[in-house]
Design a protein around this ligand. Structure first.
Ligand code: ACO
Length: 446
């Protein structure tokens, strides 16, 4: 998160030694004073290291479990102002991209920093589309999975396996190699996902069709049966494309942090994407859309919503699809998703779960528990209803998140690799375990 800078406060007159761009620290253990530079409203944690009680001390470190107030990188990809509900990719508001753009155009923007020209978009689309096929051996891995294997497990495994097919991907500091792996990853994630889905149904795999758009080709690989040529419903095709735009990138969330952290060991991008996909799988992150649908089924009917909310307030469970580490006002993506839901219902019929969801939202938004904690619907609250209406089983919901997020993961990975300040990711700890002691033989242990 990088909220806009507040208006500069007047310089305090009584502290003439302090400059406006530094932080004065007095260590009350020693009485020593330190001047720590401030840049971009930030101090460097390493500047704290000089603060010591005596020579030979390790020096002060900062403690920040879950990184709630620590920037781990300088980034130029995504801007979020959680208090104002603003999300921008490379400076472009998410609302405008969702209204006017396509996913492939947005992925290009996220990866390259600028919207593509017509020629650049044609070239980019051509290359992505011509990297959608996967090696036939991957079908053999998929065949080894149980029929009810979770598709995220299959996706994590198969994307990791891609690294064994493309050893050239280890050449991570070669821009040509990175470009090639980018085409492959953006092109193949839908194919791996669709094949995992078909495997769970016991259906023959449907191969990519280069004539179709990115979202239409995905629908083709999922749902084509006997027709010679698949024709996607244009409303569903566009709805899926917008959902892909909304999920394409979201700065330093859990999965992007996994991508950067694992990638910082200089492993190939397929292995790092497998790690990021695993991070996304959890119910507190991308698995939340699946958890929301299960929650709505669990609630069962509109009249049971108040009792369910009571249980949430009593700490028995969380309200899935509510709350966000960064958005404390409203998730701007949730507003767009709610709108798409009704467009999809016009084609596929109204999803009866929407009434339960609306009642949950209505009651929660009026309740002091949620208001005081600034808990609002996040992007996942309504996406599950759309996916279900489009015919996806709940287990596919996080997969539908992982496909578009691949663009964001690669952009974050590449930014990390090319940042001269970045090194292998390795946080510190505050050790509070046992003090040094001698080994005790097994006969002498109590
Ligand atoms: N339901 C009920 N209470 C909640 C919820 C929720 N969904 N989310 C947070 N709270 C409560 C916490 O219990 C805590 O209460 P307390 O102050 O009385 O202890 C308070 O709100 C603050 O919550 P934190 O856990 O500190 O918030 P954090 O920023 O760590 O967590 C998170 C954010 C993980 C998203 C959390 O809100 C959550 O678990 N939500 C449900 C899962 C979900 O929808 N995840 C999707 C996020 S969007 C995405 O990843 C795409």
């Amino acid at each position: 998160m990088n909220p806009s800078k507040p208006a500069a406060a007047a310089a305090p007159e009584e502290t003439p030694t302090a400059t406006r761009d530094s932080l004065s620290i007095t260590d009350n253990r020693t009485g020593r004073k330190y001047e720590i530079p401030i840049k971009h409203d930030t101090i460097r944690a390493m500047d704290l290291r000089q603060i010591k009680v005596k020579d030979g001390d390790f020096g002060m470190i900062s403690y920040d479990p879950a990184f709630t107030n620590t920037a781990s990188c300088i980034s130029r990809v995504t801007f979020i102002d959680g208090d104002k509900g603003i999300l921008e990719y490379r400076g472009y508001p998410i609302e405008e991209l969702a209204e006017k753009g396509t996913y492939l155009e947005t992925a290009y923007l996220i990866l390259h920093g600028e919207l593509p020209t017509r020629t650049q978009l044609e070239d980019w689309t051509y290359h992505v589309i011509h990297h959608t096929f996967i090696h036939e051996s991957i079908k053999k891995f998929l065949d080894g999975f149980h029929y009810d294997a979770h598709p995220m497990g299959m996706l994590i495994s198969t994307v990791a396996a891609l690294s064994t097919f493309y050893p050239d991907a280890k050449d991570i500091f070669n821009p040509d190699s990175r470009r090639k792996q980018t085409y492959r990853l953006i092109g193949k994630m839908p194919t791996l996902s669709a094949f995992a889905y078909r495997h769970s149904l016991g259906m023959p795999y449907a191969y990519p069709d280069n004539d179709l758009t990115y979202p239409a080709n995905f629908l083709n690989m999922l749902f084509r049966t006997t027709e010679l040529k698949y024709h996607a419903n244009p409303t569903l095709e566009r709805a899926l494309d917008i959902l892909f735009i909304l999920h394409a990138e979201h700065e330093q969330n859990c999965s992007s942090t996994a991508m950067r952290g694992v990638g910082s060991s200089h492993v190939d991008p397929y292995s790092a994407i497998a790690a990021a996909t695993a991070a996304l799988y959890g119910p507190l992150h991308g698995g939340a859309n699946e958890a929301v649908l299960r929650m709505l089924v669990d609630i069962g009917s509109v009249d049971k919503v108040p009792a369910y909310i009571k249980g949430v307030k009593a700490g028995e469970r969380k309200l899935m699809g509510f709350g966000h580490r960064v958005y404390k006002n409203y998730d701007p993506r949730a507003r767009i998703v709610k709108h798409i839901a009704y467009e999809v219902f016009d084609v596929m019929g109204r999803n009866p779960m929407i009434d339960i969801a609306l009642e949950v939202e209505r009651i929660a938004l009026e309740d002091d528990y949620f208001i005081s904690r600034r808990l609002y619907p996040n992007v996942d609250f309504y996406t599950g209803l759309i996916y279900q209406s489009m015919g996806f089983p709940v287990t596919m919901f996080p997969v539908l998140f992982a496909i578009p997020r691949t663009a964001g993961w690669i952009a974050q990975w590449e930014e990390m690799l090319l940042d001269p300040e970045q090194k292998i990711s390795r946080p510190r700890q505050v050790y509070l375990g046992a003090a040094r002691r001698s080994y005790v033989g097994i006969d002498n242990r109590s």
